[in-house]
Design a binder for this molecule. Structure first.
Ligand SMILES: CC/C=C\C/C=C\C/C=C\C/C=C\C/C=C\CCCC(=O)SCCNC(=O)CCNC(=O)[C@H](O)C(C)(C)COP(=O)(O)OP(=O)(O)OC[C@H]1O[C@@H](n2cnc3c(N)ncnc32)[C@H](O)[C@@H]1OP(=O)(O)O
Ligand code: FAD
Length: 639
C-alpha cells in the first residue's frame, strides 16, 4: 500500500475521544493550543531541520546549534512570543543548547538567590540575552576548590556564570555560596584575565548531547565584586562581616529543586516520544504467525510485546500527571517561602529529588526497551531512538546522581519516622506514615483478580510496603551507635525504601487525577486502565518487596498478574490513539518508524539512499584499500 494512512484501521478501533485526551495530556486547552501551534511552526520551518545531525562533525554540529539558537531567538522577537511560547519553541527545536542552561538555571538561580537589587540589575540583561549565563557547580575533583567541570554552555558561549564556591572571610569557611562571575569579554568574547575556560570534549553518541558545550573553568586570582555574591540567603558587608538572613541555608540549593521538577515533566516527554515510535511501529510490523495464508501477526498483538510496551505507555501518562502535581507543589512551596513559611521545603526537596531519580531511570531504560521493541530497525539512526537515548541518558546523572538523590529521600523518610515519637503528624506525601501502626499489620483484601482494580486496595498495598520498608530501615539503624555509620552500612536498603515511597507517590497522584472531573467520551476509562497497568506492573515487578514484607500473599501476587494480562487486552485497541494523544509532529518525533501515517518501509528505503555512503556506487577508499587486496587474493588463489 503506497501513501495514505497505514494506521487508519488502528485509529478506528479507539474507544475514546482522542481530541479530549490531547487536552488532558497537555494539561489544559490553552496549553494544548500553544503546544500545537508552536510545534507546527517549528516543524514547517526548514531552518529547524534536524535529520542530518548524526552526519555532522562536532564543529559543524555545534555551529549549526548556534545558528538555530540565534534563529530561534530572532523568531521569538519577531513573533513577539510570550515566555511560555518561547520555551515551547525551544522545546520543539529539540536540540540541547547553551540556551537551556541560560533560561533553565542561570536565570532561576538569580531569581531564587539574588536580592531585589541584584535581580533588578542582572535579570533584564539576561532576559534580553545581552549576557548569556550558565550554572557552574560541579567540580573535576571534589570540594568546590579545584576546577569546574561539566557546566553546559560554559565551554564556548557563556559570558557569565553563577559559580558555586566556598566563601571564606577572616579565615572562616562559611560553606558553598553562589556568585555571578563574568567569564568572557562582551566585546570580543575572549576570556577575562585569570580565567581559563574551554570545552571538555566529545560525549556519548554521535550528534546527541554534543550540541552542548559542557565546559571546564579555572580561576587564577580572579576578583569577584562583593555585590556579585548572591545575597538573599546570606550577606557579606563592606567590612567583610558575614551574616545570614532569617531563612534556611538550604535555599542555596533552591535552583536544583526547580530544575529537578522540570526534569520530571521532561521525562514524560522523552518516554512518550519513544513509546509513540515503538507503538506505531509495533502496529505496522508483521512477523510470523500467519494462518491459512492470511497476513502475518502485527507484533503489537504478541502478549510479550504488550507486556513490555504497555507498562511504558502507562508510565508516560503516570509521569505526566506526577509532573503536573510536582509543578503545583513547587509553585506552592515558592509562595510559602515568599511568606517566610519554610515548613514544606524538606518535602519539596525529597519529592523533587526522588521523583527525578525514579522518572529519569525508568525513562532511560524505557527508551532502550523501545529500541529493542522495534527490532533491528530500532538500531538505525532514522528510527530516532539511538539519538533520543544518547541525549536522554545523562539525565540519570546530571542534576544529582540518581542514587545520591534517593539517599536524600531516605534521610527524609527516616527523619519523618523518628519525629512520629514526638507526636509530629506527618503531612503531604508522608501523611500515610501517620497510620504506621495500621500499615504494619494490615492484610490485603484481594480474593479475586478484579479486586486489584479497586484504588483503595492498590493504595493500601503500596502504603503498607513503603511503610514497612522504611520502618525496617529505621529499626536496623537504631542498632548502630554511630548513625552515619549505620546509614552508610544500610544504604542499599535505604535506597530501596526510598524507591518504594516514590512509587507510592506516582501511583497515588495517578489515582488522584482520576478522581477529578475529566471530560470526553471514554477518556477517564482509558486513563483508569493505564493507571491500573502502571500500579500492577510495579507490583508484579517488585513482588519480592510486597511478599517479603507480608503485604500480599503469593496467591494475591498471582491474581495481580492475571489482572494485568486482562488490562493489556483492554489497552490493545486503544494503543495507537493513546500515543496519537501526545500530538507529536513527525518533525519532533524525528523517526521513520514512528511517522504518523505508518508508511514505514518506503521511507526507510528512500532514507537509506540519502546516506552519504551511497553518494557514489563505488566508495572512496576502494582503489586504495580494497582493489589491491582483491588482486592479492587472486594471486594467492592462482598459487
Ligand atoms: C536535555 C534537556 C532538555 C530540556 C530541558 C528543558 C528544561 C529544563 C530546564 C532547565 C535544565 C536545563 C538543562 C538540563 C540539563 C542539564 C543540567 C544539569 C545541571 C547540573 O547538573 S547542576 C549540578 C547539580 N548537582 C547536584 O545535583 C549535586 C547533587 N548533590 C546534592 O544535591 C547535595 O545534596 C548537595 C551538593 C546540594 C549538598 O550536599 P551537602 O553534603 O552539603 O548537604 P546534605 O546533602 O547533607 O544536605 C544538608 C541538608 O540540606 C538538605 N538539602 C539538600 N539539598 C537540598 C535542596 N536542593 N533543597 C532543599 N534542601 C536540600 C538536606 O535534606 C539536608 O537537610 P537536613 O534536614 O539537614 O537533613
Ligand atoms: C550531560 C551533563 C550535563 C551537566 N551539566 C551540568 C551543569 O550545567 N552544571 C553543573 O554544575 N554540573 C553539571 N553536570 C554535572 C552533574 O551535575 C554531576 O555529574 C552529577 O551531579 C553527579 O556528580 P559526579 O559527576 O561528581 O558523580 P559522583 O558523585 O562522582 O558519582 C560517581 C558514583 O559514585 C556514587 N556516589 C557518589 N556519592 C555517593 C554517596 N554519598 N553515597 C553513595 N554513592 C555515592 C554515585 O552513585 C555514582 O555511582 C552535568 C553532567 C552531565 C553528565
Amino acid at each position: 500500500m503506497e501513501g495514505g494512512d497505514h494506521l487508519a484501521h488502528e485509529r478506528k478501533k479507539a474507544q475514546f475521544d482522542v481530541e479530549a485526551m490531547k487536552i488532558v495530556w497537555a494539561g489544559s486547552r490553552h496549553a494544548f493550543e500553544v503546544s500545537d501551534r508552536i510545534s507546527k511552526l517549528v516543524a514547517s520551518d526548514p531552518a529547524f531541520r534536524k535529520d542530518n545531525r548524526p552526519m555532522l562533525s562536532r564543529k559543524e554540529l555545534f555551529k549549526n546549534t548556534l545558528r538555530k539558537a540565534a534563529y530561534a531567538w530572532k523568531r521569538i522577537i519577531e513573533l513577539r512570543l510570550s515566555e511560555e511560547e518561547a520555551s515551547k519553541l525551544r522545546f520543539y527545536v529539540d536540540e540541547p543548547a547553551f540556551t537551556d542552561l541560560h533560561w533553565g538555571m542561570f536565570l532561576p538561580a538569580i531569581k531564587g538567590q539574588g536580592t531585589e537589587e541584584q535581580q533588578q540589575k542582572w535579570l533584564p540583561l539576561a532576559y534580553k540575552m545581552q549576557i548569556i549565563g550558565c550554572y557552574a557547580q560541579t567540580e573535576l575533583g571534589h570540594g568546590s576548590n579545584s576546577s569546574k567541570w561539566w557546566p553546559g554552555g560554559l565551554g564556548k558561549i557563556s559570558t557569565h556564570a553563577v559559580v558555586y564556591a566556598r566563601l571564606i572571610t577572616d579565615g572562616q569557611d562559611h560553606g558553598v555560596h553562589g556568585f555571578i562571575v563574568q567569564l568572557r569579554s562582551l566585546d570580543d568574547h575572549s576570556p577575562l584575565p585569570g580565567i581559563t575556560v574551554g570545552d571538555i570534549g566529545m560525549k556519548f553518541g554521535n550528534g546527541a548531547y554534543n550540541t552542548m558545550d559542557n565546559g571546564v573553568l579555572r580561576f587564577d586570582h580572579v576578583r569577584i565584586p562583593r555585590d556579585q555574591m548572591l545575597m538573599k540567603v546570606s550577606q557579606v558587608s563592606r567590612e567583610g562581616k558575614y551574616s545570614q538572613s532569617n531563612v534556611p541555608r538550604q535555599l542555596v540549593y533552591g535552583t536544583m529543586v526547580f530544575v529537578r521538577q522540570t526534569i520530571v515533566a521532561d521525562a514524560s516527554c522523552a518516554l512518550s516520544r519513544a513509546v509513540c515510535i515503538a507503538t506505531r511501529y509495533s502496529a505496522v510490523r508483521r512477523q510470523f504467525g500467519s494462518q491459512n495464508g492470511g497476513p502475518e501477526t502485527q507484533v503489537i498483538d504478541y502478549k510479550t510485546q504488550q507486556s513490555r510496551l504497555f507498562p511504558l505507555l502507562a508510565s508516560a501518562y503516570a509521569f505526566r500527571f506526577v509532573g503536573e502535581w510536582l509543578k503545583w507543589l513547587y509553585t506552592d512551596v515558592t509562595q510559602r517561602l515568599q511568606a517566610n513559611d519554610f515548613s514544606t521545603l524538606p518535602e519539596a526537596h525529597a519529592c523533587t529529588a526522588g521523583l527525578k531519580s525514579l522518572t529519569t531511570a525508568a525513562t532511560a531504560d524505557g527508551i532502550e526497551e523501545c529500541r529493542k521493541l522495534c527490532g533491528g530497525h530500532g538500531y538505525l539512526c532514522s528510527s530516532g531512538l539511538p539519538e533520543l537515548f544518547a541525549v536522554y541518558v545523562p539525565a540519570c546523572t546530571y542534576e544529582g546522581d540518581n542514587t545520591v538523590l534517593l539517599l536524600q529521600v531516605a534521610r527524609f523518610l527516616v527523619k519523618t519516622l523518628s519525629q512520629l515519637g514526638s507526636g509530629k503528624q506527618p503531612v503531604g506525601t508522608t501523611a500515610y506514615m501517620g497510620q504506621v501502626e495500621h500499615l504494619m499489620q494490615c492484610h490485603c483484601n484481594v480474593q479475586k483478580a478484579e479486586d486489584w482494580l479497586k484504588p483503595a486496595v492498590i493504595l493500601e498495598a503500596f502504603e503498607a510496603r513503603s511503610a514497612r520498608m522504611s520502618v525496617a530501615c529505621a529499626k536496623n539503624l537504631s542498632k548502630f551507635t554511630n548513625p552515619e555509620e549505620g546509614f552508610a552500612e544500610l544504604s542499599g536498603d535505604l535506597v530501596e525504601a526510598a524507591i518504594a515511597h516514590c512509587q507510592l507517590i506516582i501511583v497515588s497522584k495517578f489515582i488522584e487525577k482520576l478522581q477529578q472531573d475529566i471530560p470526553g467520551k471514554g477518556v477517564k476509562q482509558q486513563l483508569g486502565v493505564l493507571c491500573n497497568i502502571y500500579a500492577l506492573f510495579l507490583l508484579h515487578k517488585h513482588q519480592g518487596d510486597f511478599l517479603s514484607t507480608g503485604c500480599i500473599t503469593p496467591k494475591q501476587a498471582y491474581l495481580a498478574n492475571e489482572q494485568l494480562r486482562a488490562l493489556y487486552s483492554q489497552a490493545r485497541p486503544n494503543a495507537i490513539a493513546l500515543v496519537d494523544a501526545f500530538n507529536y509532529t513527525d518533525h519532533y518525533l524525528g523517526s521513520i518508524l514512528g511517522c504518523y501515517d505508518g508508511n514505514v518501509y518506503p521511507k526507510l528505503y528512500e532514507a537509506a539512499w540519502k546516506d552519504p555512503l551511497n553518494d557514489s556506487v563505488v566508495p572512496d577508499g576502494y582503489r586504495e584499500y580494497i582493489w589491491p587486496m582483491l588482486k592479492q587474493q587472486l594471486r594467492t588463489a592462482r598459487l
